[in-house]
Write a protein that binds this ligand. Structure first.
Ligand code: PLP
Length: 378
């Protein structure tokens, strides 16, 4: 969590005093609705729907886009496990692709992994780093694929003038406690497509067909789930959104100082960024695993390979193709045999064993940021 303060506390008190916690019980103009309107305006996107987590946002987006049984969805080998599990929740299966030195999905490997059953790609903007969206959208166009950007770890970050999440057909954000803006647990789906938005409304709320907006929805309602948020979350997010650009600017300022200092070392490289002008995330890469290990030992830090469920080799429930019920197992519905092995993405494992996230020191003043960066290259 970067910032949380009086504005959020006051907003929550307002909700509590109103005794109106459910977003669809209070009529128009509630806290959540206001947050969504402000998010759309700030991110220049037509629709936003707040949901109860980033995982829900991914699932809701895939369901809304019509991804389902028999479909394959390409996901990166380095991401929080939820990006790979979301396709399973709608009956599809993930196909795992390598990352490259940008620490995001490698467009060349996406193209190698496309089959006639591929329906969508989930590029993941890890640790505030942007995927190569130009290349990915070109592939999507060429092969007629849908793109759901997982911007859970990069809320608000821009890529060549657009906010991540608004470039693909859908985007998913997480507002859990570790994200750029937060309400503890939460998320959002964004899209510029009216039909996809209506379908995400239907999916996220089992009671959607009884809501005020139901008469304007253009297709028959299908049964949904409950991914709704309460007005408490909506109220907090309204205030967090006002802080977002300030948070990102502070991260960028610190990143730039560190990158300039890192230019003076040949011990490691700053991970290449797909949109350097807008860069917020900062990771470094060593030439060899030996050098990487010596560095982390000296500075008591960790490598990306050690980040547990962010690395595909630790996704046992998926690798073993398990399901909560044998008849609901999406691997029974694939149109070809999808096989996972622990060494299927060797380039990713090599990169992660040489790479480190330099969590930009948000709370240090600029003088201390410089001292911190200099210490890392000493
Ligand atoms: C890349 C990525 N995708 C999806 C998620 C899921 O978000 P949530 O924890 O809000 O469900 C996360 C959360 O950590 C994430 O980092």
């Amino acid at each position: 969590m970067y910032e949380m303060g009086k504005a959020e506390i006051d907003a929550v008190i307002k909700v509590l005093k109103s005794r109106q916690f459910m977003r669809y019980r209070g009529g128009e103009g509630g806290f959540t609705e206001t947050f969504e309107r402000d998010l759309c305006a700030k991110f220049n996107v037509a629709h936003a729907l707040t949901v109860n987590s980033g995982t829900s946002a991914l699932i809701c987006a895939l369901a809304a886009m019509g991804v389902g049984p028999g479909d394959e969805v390409i996901v990166p080998a380095y991401t929080w496990v939820a990006s790979a599990l979301a396709p399973l929740a709608v009956g599809a299966v993930p196909v795992i692709a390598d990352i490259n030195d940008t620490l995001t999905i490698d467009p060349a490997d996406i193209e190698r992994k496309i089959t006639k059953y591929t329906k969508a790609i989930i590029p993941v903007h890890m640790i505030n780093l942007a995927c190569d969206m130009n290349a990915i959208m070109k592939l999507a166009k060429k092969y007629k694929l849908l793109v759901c950007e997982d911007a859970c770890q990069a809320v608000g970050v821009s890529y060549r003038g657009k906010r991540l999440g608004t470039i693909g057909h859908t985007g998913a954000y997480s507002f859990n406690q570790y994200k750029n803006i937060t309400c503890g647990e939460g998320g959002a789906v964004v899209t510029n497509d009216d039909r996809t938005y209506e379908r995400s409304l239907m999916y996220h709320d089992a009671g959607s067909f009884t809501r005020n907006y139901a008469s304007s929805v253009k297709e028959p309602f299908f049964p949904g789930v409950n991914y709704r948020v309460s007005e408490v979350q909506g109220a907090i997010m309204g205030e967090q959104l006002k802080r977002l650009d300030g948070i990102l600017a502070k991260l960028q300022e610190r990143r730039k100082i560190m990158v300039d200092i890192f230019a003076g070392t040949n011990k490691f490289k700053v991970a290449e960024h797909n949109a350097e002008a807008d860069a917020v995330g900062l990771a470094i890469i060593f030439d060899s695993q030996k050098e990487a290990q010596a560095f982390t030992k000296k500075h008591k830090t960790g490598l990306l390979i050690e980040t547990g469920r962010h690395v595909y080799t630790n996704w046992e429930p998926l690798l073993e193709q398990r399901s909560f019920h044998p008849k609901m197992n999406p691997f029974n519905w694939t149109q070809r045999k999808v096989v996972y092995t622990r060494d299927m993405c060797k380039p990713t494992l090599d990169i992660l064993a040489r790479a480190m996230n330099i969590g930009t020191p948000y709370n240090l003043n600029l003088k201390d940021v410089k001292a911190f960066a200099k210490k890392l290259i000493a």
